[in-house]
Write a protein that binds this ligand. Sequence first.
Ligand SMILES: [Zn+2]
Length: 111
Amino acid sequence: MASGNAIRGSRVGAGPMGEAERGEAAPRLRISFWCANKHETQPSFATDAQVPETWDCPRCGLPAGQDADNPPDAPRTEPYKTHLAYVRERRSDADGEAILAEALAKLRGEI
Ligand SMILES: [Zn+2]
């Protein structure tokens, strides 16, 4: 057969096995995650989904990672932070003071 005939009938976008047209249910991957308490969980993901680096352990709620020997650290237990505390972490003290002053001014009806 002449080589030129081999490509006849192929369509742009379809692979030689027709994989671009595959219509069956998407295959799923089961990925194991381990938390710091050695709990293993195996959520499944579509093969074209982005697998997260960590997964919340359904048993204890700690973050679980894909490396059984090196699970993510448990989140630090910190006292509840107010919104203003978060704002102050992201901004300089001067900005925080300005925001606070503006908020107080609004409260007083000065703006
Ligand atoms: Zn756990």
